[in-house]
Design a protein around this ligand. Sequence first.
Ligand SMILES: C[S@@+](CC[C@H](N)C(=O)[O-])C[C@H]1O[C@@H](n2cnc3c(N)ncnc32)[C@H](O)[C@@H]1O
Length: 364
Amino acid sequence: MSENFFKEKKEWSRYKDFILAYYLYYLHLALNSRTVQTDQQHYGRQTCVMSVLALLLFAPQNYEIYQWICARRRRFTTNEHGHNSSQGETMKYDEIGEWSEIKLDILKEYAGAYTAILSKKSWCKGYIYIDAFAGPGQHIRKTTGEFVTGSPLNALSVRPSFTEYHYIDLDGEKVEELRKIADNRAGVHVYHGDCNEKLTQDILPRLTYDTYKRALCFLDPYGLHLEWKTVKLAGSLKTVDIFLNFPIMDINRNVLFADLGKAKREDVERMNAFWGDDGWQQILYREQSGLFGGTHLVKVEGFERLALEYRKRLKTIAGFKFVPEPVLMRNAKNGPLYYLFFASPQRVAEKIISDIFKKYRKRL
Ligand SMILES: C[S@@+](CC[C@H](N)C(=O)[O-])C[C@H]1O[C@@H](n2cnc3c(N)ncnc32)[C@H](O)[C@@H]1O
């Protein structure tokens, strides 16, 4: 039994519920016994005896049951991104919807085609998988509560195999969990930190064109956590294909207010970092005079326009030659969640992903 067994008053009061439950059970038997009086006396005595026994003999078991129930009560909590999480003894797993599984399927299918092509190129000295927002390696399916493997583990099962895997996450617990599952595999590197720094300072600079290496990079944040400098560097190398989660929900909820003055300064700054500058404000907002003087920035365009302009930026500023139309992912209530963008320096990549996108659009 734990040293802190009765430490918290709250816990003690829950523990008492179990004794009461035993007591009530035998009381019920005593009162509802349809047989002779001796039975009622017997159950009455049992009620008292069992109450004491429950306290003495079943204490450890009750406490275990109590802990189990508390763990189940804690199981569904909400993480910092507003996504439901499932919490085990040491780890929170995020609950994911069908739209996330479609995203994972798209990535898996493309990854298979990618390694199949590059493994046949004699000039190619490595084809690398980078998961910049890797997560713990598994999630919980929202509808059934079952485990679903996440993108880093899916990448490990792609055949032919990638030659290296680089996994990054900002959440230390998720990194530890991922390390337990994936770190012992050949070519796997797991990093704890901000992917924008790790990618721009360490991983991407090693993928210049003269290395004859190629990479597929999955940029899958929940919200506005990806910075434009990272995307721009990936595009400039001409060696990297990216999948990019364009987080409409975070943008709509926290930045694109009808009056931009209502947005928090830190959210506007996150948006600026995501966009690369404050140019999105000129695209979406117009200056309007207020009734009592002064001016406001009033929204005149929505997220669709923003995505259109981002696609242009991927081509003209980041330098990705091929950026097909992204897939819009919606939740069960048909609300827009994010666009899944793909960008590549290769025409053949665009052809492959366009076919995959077309197939999956039918499931959306
Ligand atoms: C959508 S989840 C990733 C899911 C994963 N791609 C999958 O499909 O299995 C986003 C992850 O990004 C992590 N994260 C958030 N900001 C980050 C940052 N700046 N750098 C690295 N990871 C970050 C979160 O901890 C979270 O695990």
